[in-house]
Ligand binder design. Structure first.
Ligand code: F2R
Ligand code: MG
Ligand code: MG
Length: 349
């Protein structure tokens, strides 16, 4: 694939922040007309205040912890990352965290805790969380590790600090893989990109825990692969409505109902689409389309923003959007450090 340029690293990290900040306006909305989304986005073009007026939520707060931990330690360190999650929550609890994960973050703050994966395992009566909180913060793993085996291993462990259900942590692995492939230009041929994701996820989901979790939740074996096949089917249709995307893929808070959706949004918006302004580039189309789905808009746009940003690069990011989003400038600077880390780690995969 294409070399992983600095512009792609910046695009991925800033794209994620933008998706979170811009999507926050509509999180939980139903039946959202595209006109309302465009009104919101066009308002930013005219906003002269800029300067981070749109605040980031838990998606970015936790992504920042992942980035800072990877940069400070130069490797994955579960104790350090868990400590940063807990400290971030203690300092800013009002960032819109999931109702369940708050319990984990409080327990992670205890100095007596030796196994940092234990609080996540206790969630939801021992079943663990299948929420998309692991996936929403997974992009930095693809930006820190060049080896695909490391991307899979550490995105899974990073998610397992809060999400012990395989439908939670495998969503994080899928999101990290999507950013990894996008970073290397695989989106140039969408079918190849999807086939690579399916092939990797067949290996990832081929474990007893994934099978038993899927059955307990009435999902088929290899649930993420099944959703990726649905993405493929939708791509082959001559036209797809927002309602069909929601009904086939979902727009909810579960990783299974949002990570494949984010991937579809990126693929669908590779080309100009009716209803979206002609002047919009691919990244703008992707974010606007994610918002118009309603539901978990901040998180779907955050994940799609990372994948799309890794493809289009930072030049595709509108300056006025970047100025309006809290944390976007800092994300750009951190992307440079991740780029250095990525290239100094052993290559392979
Ligand atoms: N929490 C939200 N949005 C709610 C509204 C926030 C509001 N805007 C505000 O400002 O206060 N968004 C954020 O949460 C999502 C990520 O959640 P995460 O980290 O996965 O949390 P959790 O609690 O682990 O899971 C989320 C919910 O999923 C259901 N759930 C998960 N596993 C379950 C299981 N095994 N059994 C039953 N239910 C399960 C629960 O309802 C959890 O609370 C992102 O959207 C982020 O933006
Ligand atoms: Mg959020
Ligand atoms: Mg959300």
């Amino acid at each position: 694939g294409a070399p992983a340029s600095l512009a792609r690293f910046r695009g991925a990290l800033v794209g994620a922040v933008l998706g979170d900040c811009l999507g926050g306006e509509f999180e939980g909305a139903e039946e959202l007309p595209m006109e309302r989304v465009l009104q919101h986005l066009n308002g930013l073009d005219q906003d002269t205040r800029g300067d981070g007026i749109l605040q980031y939520s838990d998606d970015t707060a936790m992504t920042r912890c992942v980035v800072q931990s990877l940069l400070a330690r130069g490797e994955f360190d579960e104790q350090d990352m868990a400590h940063r999650f807990a400290e971030e929550y203690r300092q800013a609890p009002g960032r819109g965290y999931g109702a369940g994960v708050i319990q984990v973050l409080k327990k992670l703050a205890s100095p007596r805790l030796s196994d940092v994966f234990q609080p996540a395992r206790a969630q939801f009566g021992g079943r663990g969380s299948f929420g998309n909180g692991g996936a929403m913060r997974a992009a930095p793993f693809a930006l820190a590790f060049s080896n695909i085996e490391d991307v899979k291993r550490y995105s899974k462990l990073g998610a397992m600090l809060t999400h012990s259900c395989s439908l939670g942590y495998n969503g994080a692995v899928l999101q990290a893989l999507a950013v990894h492939f996008s970073l290397h230009g695989a989106l140039a041929v969408p079918q190849v990109f999807l086939n690579r994701l399916i092939s990797e996820m067949e290996g990832v989901e081929n474990e007893d825990r994934a099978r038993s979790d899927a059955r307990a939740l009435n999902e088929p074996d290899f649930p993420f692969c099944a959703r990726l096949h649905r993405v493929k089917d939708l791509m082959e249709r001559s036209s797809v409505s927002i309602e069909e995307v929601i009904s086939e893929l979902g727009n909810g808070i579960a990783a299974l109902h949002s990570v494949p959706t984010a991937i579809f949004c990126v693929l669908h918006c590779l080309e100009p689409r009716a209803g979206l302004p002609e002047r919009y580039g691919g990244l703008e189309r992707t974010v606007a389309y994610c918002l118009a789905l309603g539901g978990d808009t901040d998180t779907i746009a955050c994940m799609a923003g990372a994948i799309a940003g890794a493809h289009y690069g930072s030049d595709a990011i509108p300056q006025c959007w970047q100025r309006c989003c809290e944390g976007a400038e800092e994300a750009e600077a951190w992307a440079e450090h991740l780029h250095q880390l990525y290239h100094q780690l052993p290559r392979g995969g």
